[in-house]
Structure formats: C-alpha cells, structure tokens
Design a protein around this ligand. Structure first.
Ligand code: GRF
Length: 238
C-alpha cells in the first residue's frame, strides 16, 4: 500500500515549542509523508503562530470572545437588576451555548483543510462533542490527539508538570515517576486511549525549572513519535 500523506493540523495556545519540534522533524526528513496544513491558535498572542509563519504554514486564530458576545452567559444579578447586559469580554466563563458555537466553528475550520490528523500541542481549551463529533463523522474520521505531560490516569489539568514536581516533593507521587503521553481526545479531559507513553523518573534534588526542561525535551520527541504512530495506526501517512 503506498504511503499516504499525513495532513496534520496543529492546535496551540502558546510558545509552540512542540509545534517547532514537528516543523524541525519534517525539515530534517525524520517525519516523512507529513505536511502541517494549518496551525490554529485560540490566542492571537501565541508565539507558535510566529513559528508557523516562519515555516510558511498557514495559520488561523480562533478566539472564544466573539462567541461569548454572541451567546452571553445569563447573569441573574446583572440582567435582572439593570438593563446593562454583562460585558462578555471581561466576564467569566463562556456560556454552554458560546462553547458549543465555538467548538462547531472550530471543527469546520479544521475540516476545511481536509486534514487526516489533528494534534493539540498545548491547546488550552477543553473541546466538547460539538468539536469531536464532526471529526468523527468525517469520511474518513479525523483522529484528534492531545499532548499531556502526565501518565495515563495520573491526574488531569493544565499543569501536569508542576503537579508531578509538587507531589514528588511531598512524597505523594505514585510510583515516584511521571511521564508524557499523547492520547486520543475524548470528552473527558486528558483521558482517551494513549497512543504514545514515555515514563520519566524523578530525581531527588532536581529543581523545578531543571525538571521542566527535561520534560519538555521528552515532549518534543514524543509528539514526533505520536504522529508516526498515528500514521501506522490510522494509515494517515507514511
Ligand atoms: C506543553 O508542556 C504541553 O504538555 C502543555 O503545554 C505545553 C505546551 O508547550 N499542555 P508549547 O506551547 O508546545 O511550547
């Protein structure tokens, strides 16, 4: 069977060092039959957008704010007592309707490029079925993977690296180790079947920054490995 091209869409929110690892791997020829077709960020300030532009990769910024304005969260205290609607730009979390509309639009934005694979690399937005559903219904379905600096089932959340380091200092880190994984994205945060898992031994006396650097270096290897594994698993590429 001829190798199929992996058409990869990468979702980011920040620095983009994992995106850079993929860009560099493709340039070095160690990630064959793979093209990053688009980088999408939910934050226009994400440095990863600069990395993509430098590499000639199309980018898009898809922010939540317009959807919060279009679907303001009902506020019992404000709307009920004054005519002024809450200012969605500064108010709190997005309403379920805003999140659904955002996720639906994100799915269409992603699918427009006909990717064969989506990878969330530091994408700080929790997607719902409104995003995952259209990808599952695409023909062929488009797998969505997420990079998470923790072992399967260890813990969820935005600071897996900090969580592991703090627990190790407290002596509560299960098995005295952590890890990095890329897993399939499902509705439950940071769950979903792991595609690649790499364990990381903790080191007594290692500082937080030194530990974080070590984890990021491993992440940069794991994201490349995960795209290769996805290609084997879903025939999305060579
Ligand atoms: C990574 O540590 C990832 O595990 C976490 O956010 C970070 C993204 O880093 N979710 P970068 O934007 O790829 O440099």
């Amino acid at each position: 069977m001829p190798p199929h091209e992996t058409r990869l869409t990468v979702l980011i929110s920040g620095n983009g060092s994992n995106l850079q690892a993929l860009i560099d791997a493709i340039a070095a020829g160690s990630l064959p039959h793979t093209t990053i077709v688009r980088v999408i960020s939910n934050r226009k300030s994400a440095h990863g957008l600069v990395r993509a532009e430098r590499a000639g990769i199309p980018t898009d910024v898809h922010t939540l704010l317009p959807y919060k304005k279009a679907h303001p969260a009902p506020s019992m205290t404000t709307a009920a007592t004054t005519s002024a609607a809450p200012n969605p730009s500064s108010s709190g979390p997005a309403s379920p309707a805003a999140r659904m509309a955002y996720d639906e639009a994100l799915a269409q934005l992603v699918l427009a490029d006909k990717p064969t694979l989506v990878l969330m690399a530091g994408f700080m937005h929790i997607v719902s079925s409104s995003f995952l559903g259209p990808l599952r219904l695409a023909d062929p379905p488009v797998p969505c993977l997420n990079l998470h600096p923790a072992l399967p089932g260890a813990y969820v959340g935005a600071d897996g690296i900090g969580d592991a380091w703090r627990r190790f200092q407290e002596g509560t880190l299960e098995g005295g180790k952590t890890g990095v994984m890329v897993h399939e994205v499902v509705e439950e945060v940071d769950r979903g079947e792991a595609v690649v898992v790499r364990e990381i031994e903790m080191r007594v006396g290692e500082g937080r920054e030194e530990f974080e650097k070590r984890v990021h270096a491993i992440e940069h290897e794991v994201v490349v490995e995960a795209v290769k594994e996805a290609a084997r698993r879903w025939r999305t590429g060579g």
